[in-house]
Write a protein that binds this ligand. Structure first.
Ligand SMILES: [Mn+2]
Length: 357
């Protein structure tokens, strides 16, 4: 079997520079790792017309490569690969499930997105199994939704409510394949071992397409005779930052935020949430001032308006009745952690009790 770099869901558009940079990073990685094939398991393009605009540019990039590039049509770009369209001499598009592509000793089969009527894919896969040579190293490339994965719609890109090419892991049981290299699942790298020993891998999108794609993005490096390896990319992504305020400590949440911003990857945009209760008099800030200071700090770093789920509870802490409770509580022999929980519950009760959890 040959060495392969596997990715999917680049969703190239003419405007999204970061996605083009991610493609360049993948090409660089494939060269560095000296793979024989770069597999793009669907949705290389976000829309069909992007293929028209970018095809010549892509041909130049792939043409310089010493490896082969194998492309499977996905639900976003299945119309971009009509016969006669030229992506380069070392680029192969798998447009028909009956016609595999052989690179060195490895046979690549593909299940291209079928708009007309994919019908029952279990039946289609049994037909494919009948065409495969059990004595060869077969690999299947697939783009669609694995129903066994605990998906939510949030794990995909922007797909509306539709299901694309849905399969179950058991559909692949009869296939004499070493790997199923998949695409369509954006959120993260995920792999499943099948009962026949083959591995189903979603690499996750190599660059964030939606704000739900948080954390460093990955690609899948497949070695002959070894477990596949996740390769962490430097590509653009979103990073969730959560600052939880606490009315009992004097520590400055802005310092915590500053530290987190320093640690932020240079190719990441933050999605910030500041939550919890705080003591405005101890912090010497009103809710409005705290919000304004945070906004100023994250200006140009955040992908969206920060979410401010915080509440100043200094008016509760200054209430005479609350102070009495607080004195009594401090005199009680009880673990500190428990006291803090109790105190927070009472603060919530003073605020009206509705948010008490
Ligand atoms: Mn897709």
């Amino acid at each position: 079997m040959i060495k392969i770099l596997h990715t999917a869901d680049l969703h190239l558009t003419e405007k999204a520079k970061k996605r083009w940079e991610a493609l360049e990073e993948l090409v660089f990685l494939a060269q560095r790792e000296q793979v024989s094939a770069l597999v793009i398991a669907g949705d290389l393009f976000d829309r069909v017309d992007v293929a028209e605009i970018m095809r010549a540019k892509l041909r130049t990039v792939f043409g310089k490569c010493s490896f082969h590039t194998l492309i499977l049509p996905g639900n976003h770009d299945y119309q971009a690969y009509r016969s006669g369209l030229y992506y380069g001499d070392n680029v192969k598009v798998i447009r028909d499930w009956r016609t595999p592509v052989q690179i060195e000793d490895t046979v690549f089969w593909g299940l291209p997105y079928d708009h007309s009527n994919p019908g029952n894919l279990a039946v289609r896969l049994r037909e494919m199994a009948g065409l495969m040579d059990h004595g060869k190293d077969n690999i299947l490339i697939y783009h669609g939704e694995l129903l066994d994965a605990f998906f939510s719609r949030n794990d995909l890109g922007n797909e509306g409510g539709k299901r694309y090419m849905p399969v179950r892991l058991s559909f692949f049981d009869a296939l004499p394949v070493l790997y199923i290299l998949a695409g369509h699942f954006h959120s993260r790298y995920a792999a499943w071992q099948l009962s026949n020993g083959s591995l189903f891998v979603y690499p996750g999108s190599p660059v964030a397409v939606t704000r739900r794609e948080t954390g460093r993005r990955k690609a899948n490096l497949v070695f002959p005779g070894e477990a596949p390896r996740e390769i962490v990319l430097e590509s653009f992504h979103f990073e969730e930052l959560i600052i939880t305020l606490n009315p009992f400590t004097a520590h400055d949440p802005l310092e915590e935020l500053a530290r987190k911003l320093v640690d932020l990857h240079t190719n990441a945009e933050a999605l910030l949430t500041v939550e919890g209760l705080f003591d405005g008099s101890k912090l010497d800030r009103s809710e409005a001032r705290l919000a304004a200071e945070i906004r100023k700090m994250v200006d140009g770093v955040c992908a969206a308006e920060p979410v401010f789920n915080f509440v100043d509870v200094s008016h509760v802490l200054e209430d005479d009745l609350f102070k009495k409770f607080k004195t009594a509580l401090e005199e009680t022999v009880y673990p500190l952690e428990g006291k803090r929980k109790l105190e927070e519950m009472v603060i919530q009760a003073f605020r009206g009790g509705k948010e008490c959890s």
